[in-house]
Design a protein around this ligand. Structure first.
Ligand SMILES: Nc1ncnc2c1ncn2[C@@H]1O[C@H](COP(=O)(O)OP(=O)(O)OP(=O)(O)O)[C@@H](O)[C@H]1O
Length: 622
């Protein structure tokens, strides 16, 4: 077939390949004698007016076809080019993100390995000592019996001197931040699968609760640790990690669930007044049956729960007329991964009972029993830690409830920090010496291998090096995280835009949407051409008809899946539909907590009746 060659004066347009199969209704573009029409010079501005064809019908047809074909084709070409460019850009972006992500992984592994080495050098059981400031009733003007160096506590009194080595000593001016900074690496190691146990130990009134719980506006280890855990989870993009929290009180060998909704007296074991039992598994793990384990969604939720637990502890004191120092308060955080909730690690944060009462007060009766109980459990704790450090075959976990509970968080692979607390006062010197002797016992086994000065220097150097590696890696990780977020933001935005209407779209539907959008221009053109002026090549082919009907079917199926089968709702006059309650107007605004909506539907046609219950359930579930 010969095609006319229409061109403008400025820009020759070859219409020959633009107008392909002509509609049979249109005139043939050939002359009667079979020769081709001459080329027509067409000024773009006056294209419609300056046709010089003899046949008016052909002019019209050619003009419309030219208008349609050239714009449609160039649209398509532009679209194709844009799509090609977009896909190249997309691939490059994806590559960038992959490189950034693998660099992130590499650095993160480097940081974790360094942290692990650092904690190994420092020791898996570490002992810190914190001296609280003088209080208003203590005589601080005349004597300062306790002095502090970085890793040493010196006691001077009545001409005698004593020195106690610890892993880190905090003087009276130390802040909560200072203490937490030392504990932080241990908390972080929980993400590497290490069970963690942080304990505060000391005489009553020396600041155990202050260090662990903190005060309003100046939180302690528990809340800081929780903040850190949530920060780590968001930073590491561990979206599939979950945190759960439990709180437990150990009072005279009895366990109390501090987060339980309400303890029913009949459900408790009359002997122990508790429905909690400790189960030690053969593999060494411990499970506390009956203990409330609540998933914490964010830091705010965690601190709310923690305050609830603290209040429950306070209430229990009032109920049974206890004082703070006579019970141990244990907060547990479990890090879980995946849908099955595989346990990664446990963190125990323990505020131990005061260690001195029995000695100082010469208590009798219940107070004596309480004091004995605390001292026994504290001494059992000391025995366990000592046995662990000596790598003894038998570790006496079963000697107290406290050690039984903590058994899988004190042993091999665990990280333990004990923060011993002392008073600065001369009056409390005896208790201070007792506390520091306990600290020495806990620490002594590992420091049995007393290092030479040279070894100490090498250790310090290595610790500093590892600390530097960790710090640098953390800085780089921060930068990388921002870069990844920046690189991912267009993709995230696009996804958000696609899902803005709340309906999930399958790739097929997305394809269909694109298809519909691209054909919008064509639809407009067809409207201007009129139904009879549709060129033949615009008629759908057999395969395009099949494609369209397949795509239409898939959309229909999706709509049915989303909104239900509307056919069931097309009732004839003889059918009845009764609906009680506004189920169409405020359907979306109704919240789930409001419970199912009451909708009753009925029909006298069996097929419709059969389909109604299913329909009703769907509405009820909204
Ligand atoms: N480092 C500190 N800085 C400021 N105040 C402190 C510090 N340590 C303790 N205190 C204050 O000392 C008082 C006693 O502290 P806290 O209640 O924490 O002692 P405790 O060892 O937990 O006592 P108990 O065994 O009775 O629970 C509190 O008023 C607390 O605010």
């Amino acid at each position: 077939m010969v095609f006319p060659n229409i061109s403008s004066q400025e820009e020759p347009l070859n219409l020959g390949f633009l107008i392909k199969p002509l509609n049979p209704l249109e005139l043939s573009p050939q002359k009667e004698d079979g020769s081709a029409f001459p080329s027509v010079k067409l000024n773009r501005k006056s294209r419609r007016r300056s046709f010089s064809f003899s046949s008016l019908a052909f002019q019209l047809s050619a003009s419309k076809c030219n208008h349609f074909s050239s714009s449609s084709l160039s649209n398509r070409r532009n679209k194709k080019r844009k799509m090609e460019e977009a896909s190249v850009d997309k691939m490059a972006e994806q590559e960038d993100i992959t490189v950034l992500r693998s660099t992130y992984q590499f650095l993160d592994t480097k940081r974790r390995v360094a942290l692990d080495k650092l904690l190994d050098i420092k020791g898996s059981i570490r002992v810190f000592c914190r001296i609280r400031p003088f209080n208003s009733v203590e005589n601080w003007r005349n004597s300062f019996p306790v002095s502090v160096e970085t890793d040493k506590i010196k006691i001077k009194s009545l001409g005698s001197k004593k020195e106690f080595i610890v892993d880190r000593a905090f003087d009276q001016n130390s802040t909560q931040e200072d203490v937490y900074k030392e504990v932080e690496p241990v908390i972080k190691s929980a993400f590497d699968g290490h069970n963690v146990c942080v304990l505060t130990y000391g005489q009553t009134g020396t600041g155990k609760t202050y260090t662990m719980e903190g005060v309003q506006g100046n939180p302690g280890i528990v809340l800081r640790a929780m903040k850190e855990l949530f920060r780590e989870i968001s930073q590491e993009k561990c979206e599939n990690y979950t945190l759960t929290m439990s709180m437990l009180e150990v009072y005279m060998g009895c366990l109390k669930d501090l987060l339980a909704p309400k303890q029913h007296p009949l459900r408790m074991d009359p002997a122990t007044k508790s429905n909690i039992s400790i189960m030690s598994r053969n593999n060494g793990t411990v499970e506390i049956e009956g203990l409330t384990d609540t998933e914490i969604m964010n830091f705010k939720h965690a601190s709310r729960l923690y305050n609830k637990g603290r209040r429950a502890r306070a209430t229990s004191w009032t109920n049974v007329n206890e004082t703070s120092s006579r019970s141990h308060c244990l907060t547990r955080i479990i890090i879980r991964e995946g849908e099955k909730g595989k346990v990664i690690s446990k963190i125990w944060l323990v505020d131990l009972g005061g260690s001195e009462r029995l000695l100082k007060t010469g208590a009798i009766g219940q107070t004596l029993d309480e004091g004995k109980s605390i001292n026994l459990s504290l001494s059992a704790l000391g025995d366990v830690i000592a046995a662990l450090k000596q790598r003894k075959h038998h570790v006496p976990y079963r000697n107290s409830k406290l050690t039984q509970i903590l058994s899988d968080s004190l042993g091999e692979g665990s990280r333990v920090v004990m923060v011993v607390h002392t008073s600065p006062s001369e009056d409390d010197l005896l208790e201070t010496i007792c506390t520091l002797t306990f600290a020495k016992r806990v620490r002594s086994i590992e420091s049995n291998r007393e290092f030479s000065e040279e070894t100490k220097k090498i250790r310090q150097k290595r610790i500093a090096e590892l600390g530097h590696i960790i710090e640098e890696a953390e800085k780089e990780l921060q930068i990388l995280k921002m870069q990844i977020e920046k690189a991912e933001s267009p993709i995230t935005e696009k996804k958000q835009a696609q899902f803005a209407d709340g309906s999930p779209r399958s790739p097929l539907v997305l394809e269909q949407v694109e298809f519909t959008e691209s054909s919008q221009n064509t639809e407009q053109i067809l409207k201007t051409l009129g139904p009879k002026m549709k060129p033949r090549f615009m008629e759908p082919t057999v395969s395009s008809k099949q494609r369209q009907s397949a795509a239409g079917e898939s959309i229909k199926n999706l709509k049915i899946a989303k909104y239900g089968n509307k056919r069931n709702m097309n009732f004839s006059g003889s059918q009845s539909l009764s609906v009680t309650g506004p189920f169409t107007s405020n359907l979306k605004s109704r919240s789930v907590d409001q419970g199912p909506r009451r909708v009753s539907l009925s029909s006298n046609i069996p097929a419709v009746r059969n389909s109604l219950p299913r329909h009703r359930r769907r509405i009820s579930a909204c």
